[in-house]
Design a protein around this ligand. Sequence first.
Ligand code: DAT
Ligand code: MG
Length: 245
Amino acid sequence: METAAILGGGTPCVFSSSLLHLPASSNRTACSLWCAPNKLILSTSTSQLSAFRSQSHLFSNYPTTTPPPPPRSKTSARNSTQTGIFLPHLVASMEQVEETYIMVKPDGLQRGLVGEIISRFEKKGFKLTGLKLFQCPTELAEEHYKDLKSKPFFPKLIEYITSGPVVCMAWEGVGVVASARKLIGSTDPLKAEPGTIRGDLAVQTGRNVVHGSDSPENGKREIALWFKEGELCEWTPAQAPWLRE
Ligand code: DAT
Ligand code: MG
């Protein structure tokens, strides 16, 4: 539904919103498409996009040096040779793109489960935007789990998370936060459904092999906590048009 094909005198140009997944810091609401003969122009409010390279190179007819056209006024639109098209459903779908922080805990790494865990998210169809092996300092672990500070198991939790390297990941996709939690399964692996990561690969809450953000807000917070600027990668998966229409 979110695909528009433009066939003009020049090169045919196919556009899909899945090519336009913007980073967390981007203003996903301020986006419009403008179509003119032989031209497809993406107009965004780029004030928050500076950390990432523009996707404009994906469009063969994109005029890299020409600024996007101004919004149409009611009077000028009729006289203009350009036709402006605003696609609210496209903007809505882009707004649902979320980010989540997934982490293979030290036991997952020690048990050789890194590939298996990454594979679950890859196969589902989410997009990996950050990945690193990392020895977590105590302060970071405490900040990450600050909501659990009053819990009796907090000291052991911090000791566990800092006991060896973890694998930090940022994943992106529509509905990725809730879906990742489903893929991971319940906190207690014995209660986690078979087919989930914890349900298949773990037996105890204190060794439940993987972390996943519990809300889109925490996804952003945790990615900002665990990744430095420049460690995340904006890219377009080749399979994108085969995952979302
Ligand atoms: P989740 O990791 O499923 O989001 P959580 O945020 O409630 O669960 O807790 C964070 C981690 O703390 C959890 O993965 C393992 C540990 N934990 C939670 N409850 C615990 C308990 N009752 N005993 C020991 N560790 C616990
Ligand atoms: Mg949690």
